[in-house]
Structures are given as C-alpha cells and as structure tokens.
Design a protein around this ligand. Sequence first.
Ligand code: KIV
Length: 267
Amino acid sequence: MSDAIPVTLETLQDMKQRGEKIASLTVYDAGFTRALEAAGVELFIIGDSLGMVLLGYDSTVPVTMDDMVYHAASVARVGRTAWRVVDLPYRSYSSPQLALANATRLVEQAGAHMVKLEGGTAMAGIVETLAARDIPVCGHVGLLPQSVTDYGGYRVQGRDADSAAAILADARALEAAGAGLLVLECIPATLAGEITAAVGIPTIGIGAGPACDGQVLVLYDMLGITQGRLPRFVKDFVAGAGSIPAALRAYVGAVKTGAYPAPEHGY
Ligand code: KIV
C-alpha cells in the first residue's frame, strides 16, 4: 500500500473483501506515529492501554478523557496515512449523552477518525447513537480490559459453547447497530474465524488467531519493552530484527503473509 494515500474505513473494508490482512499497532505519541507509518502500519489504535504502558497504572480503569485527548492529539498532529481509532476510556460512555459528548471531543480535539468502546449487545444503543451522528465506531468483544476486575484477571474468553455463542451474538449486535470495525481480544482462534465469517465488517484480532481480517499488538509488547509475564500471543519483533524500524517492518510483513500469529500464539 502506498504510504501517500490515507487509509479510510472503505480501504479497510476493501482489504477484508480481497483477503489482504490489515496491520495494526497501538500508538500513543508523535515519534512512533512517524515510525509506524513509515513501516506501513495501516490502522492505529490509540488505546487506553497507555494507562499501563505509559502512565504506570495496573489496569486501564484509571485512564481519563484528558489522557486520551492528550495522546491521541499528539498522534493526529503528525499522522498522515493510518486510520486512527481512539479508545473511549472507562465510564466515559455510560449513557448515550455522555458517549456522544466524549466521542465528539475525541473527534474534534484529538483527531480521532473512529472511537472504540468495549462491550457487546449491551452497547448496541450507544453505538447506534454515535453512528446516527456520523461518528464511526469500533466495537471490542471477548476480553474487555476495562472489566478485568469482573473477570478476576486477564483470561481467555469464549472457551465454552455458551460464552462463545454470546460473543458471536455480541459481534452481530454491534455490526447491526452500526459499528464499522471490531476488535476481538483473547478468544479461541476458531471462534474468531466464525465471527470474521459471520460479520461484513473487518475484525482485528489480538490473541484471537490467524483468521481475523487484521492483527493488532500493544506496541511496547512487540518491541520487547514490557516487563513481566506476557500473554502467549505476544511476540517480540525486535529480537532478531536489530532495530526498531526493522522490527516494525518485520511485524507488518509477518501480518501480511500470515506468518504472525503462528499456531503457538493462539488459543
Ligand atoms: O487499549 C488497547 O491497547 C486496546 C488494544 C487491545 C487494541 O484496546
């Protein structure tokens, strides 16, 4: 893909139709925005994971709208080609009115092309409200980091038939409500494949196996910076690449060819 042409939602939709994998990473600042675009990353998620990797919190729960606006605006200031999805943080979309006010702020003050919120069927009304105001929405199903205390930890979701059916129903409900993209986090690869085939919108997987239309990783995880025990889907692309630009190019190449994620990265 030429790096002079801005990626749109239509571009991502066309990639799904042609079976070209979408390369996505999280990003939170201007320097990495330039490096990721130079490497050919097509989809940015300015994720509330910034609370953990940049701000030192134990979870994404303390992240505020001001945090998201500050980081997303630094990405938008220099971003030229990638489609920018910005997370609505915890409790910033607990009513349709609040969601609309905060999503509008992310678009107008922080250069978001699309906002992302966590949750399935229960979020359909909020997604409808935003979509009716022409604010593109990305859904997020499977493991929901903003609800991690409810699960008692970061655990794979959808392992049994009932919870798998519920996640598939969530994905369908979000599409029907007007979502234009879906993040599938930490679910079995077979379930992610079923969802990807069942919905017409692109799916972006993280710990969801190779059948998704695209892949995303938390930038600091794939750069090998994150300390401690990492989930099995994380791969350190700097090891063996020699430099950060080479690691970013290796990641994009591995997503495009389907070499990442390999079977050992899935559930
Ligand atoms: O916050 C984040 O980094 C995310 C990723 C899991 C996509 O939502």
